[in-house]
Ligand binder design. Structure first.
Ligand SMILES: NC(=O)C1=CN([C@@H]2O[C@H](COP(=O)(O)OP(=O)(O)OC[C@H]3O[C@@H](n4cnc5c(N)ncnc54)[C@H](O)[C@@H]3O)[C@@H](O)[C@H]2O)[C@@H](O)CC1
Ligand SMILES: Nc1ncnc2c1ncn2[C@@H]1O[C@H](COP(=O)(O)OP(=O)(O)O)[C@@H](O)[C@H]1O
Length: 274
């Protein structure tokens, strides 16, 4: 399949604020932070979610991380939780939640994911929250709904779906989406986005400038920010993947993950209705 992702597929579905909107209407995104030494990934994701238009973004922190995160954010809000049940309560007021970036390969991450799976929030599951389920992928899939999004790089994909890479990336992504019952974003040079209902798109505007630590965390936050604004999860994933690469190309050489969100205003201006 030739690269097929293009703004024509999802431009009309992008969320823009109307005259009577307020921040809660624009979508409420949560991002689960790792522990005290692992807060950067959540901050990258949260900032991307805010930049892409979610009206309200909260970083949900284990107790040891809360003051560290609070000291390093402004518009982003901070909550602390001390148990999966407390996380469940916090997430009840959110439209979408990102979990996984620097979350830690611990049972606490699995329990937190299970708690989030019991809320109405759409989940964007990345990084550690994928790797953790290497030997028990069904435990992960059991927590998911069809509007949830998994964002594996090839290493993470192989851990969850060891029998699928042999089919090639496109067929593998479709089979994985069907098996997981969620949208799959199989990242890489040509990212493949597949939905359980059979929709599939291959992205063609990627750039190797994105091969830098934390760029995947930013992508997860962008998808989360669009899903929080009630964009269909498959469309949101296609749009975020394209905009993420466009942001990288606009910045050019020297790009680090922090730069991606700062390019989003110009990416969005290029997509806004006239
Ligand atoms: N600013 C931050 O705090 C950042 C935190 N990060 C977090 O750091 C933790 C560990 O990240 P790691 O990079 O070690 O975990 P990974 O699962 O990305 O890498 C582990 C191993 O997987 C293999 N692998 C196979 N295919 C790969 C691919 N396409 N891309 C990358 N690796 C591939 C590599 O050999 C690598 O050694 C995660 O929780 C991650 O979310 C990273 O996201 C980077 C930025
Ligand atoms: N060579 C490449 N060409 C195009 N895109 C790339 C390339 N390498 C990485 N990317 C993109 O960069 C991002 C990396 O995500 P990930 O591996 O999860 O990084 P991290 O865990 O450091 O955040 C993905 O969106 C991936 O598609």
């Amino acid at each position: 399949m030739k690269p097929s992702n293009h703004p024509d597929l999802w431009r009309d579905a992008l969320p823009w604020p109307g005259p009577d909107t307020h921040k809660h209407h624009r979508g409420r995104l949560g991002v689960v932070s790792g522990g005290a030494l692992r807060t950067g990934a959540a901050r990258l994701a949260a900032r991307a979610g805010l930049r892409i238009g979610a009206g309200l973004v909260r970083i949900l922190c284990p107790r040891d991380a809360a003051l560290i995160v609070a000291a390093s954010v402004e518009a982003i809000m901070v909550d602390e939780f001390s148990s999966p049940e407390a996380l469940f309560q916090l997430a009840g007021a959110l439209d979408a939640v990102v979990i996984g970036p620097a979350a830690g390969l611990t049972e606490a991450t699995a329990l937190n994911l299970a708690a989030l799976g019991r809320t109405g929030a759409a989940l964007i599951v990345d990084a550690d929250a994928l790797t953790l389920f290497k030997d028990r992928p069904k435990d992960l899939f059991g927590c998911l709904d069809r509007d949830d999004v998994l964002t594996p790089h090839e290493g993470e994909f192989e851990r969850l779906f060891p029998d699928l890479p042999v089919y090639g990336r496109e067929v593998a992504a479709s089979k994985a989406s069907e098996r997981a019952g969620a949208v799959i974003v199989l990242k890489g040079r040509e990212t493949v986005i597949a939905a359980p209902d059979g929709r599939k798109v291959v992205n063609g505007n990627g750039t190797p400038l994105l091969a830098t630590a934390g760029s995947g965390d930013v992508l997860a936050g962008m998808i989360g920010g669009l899903v929080a604004q009630r964009m269909d999860s498959f469309d949101a994933a296609c749009a975020a993947v394209w905009m993420h690469a466009d942001a990288a190309s606009r910045f050019g050489p020297g790009l680090i993950a922090e730069d991606l969100s700062e390019q989003l205003p110009s990416v969005l201006r290029g997509l806004a209705p006239a």
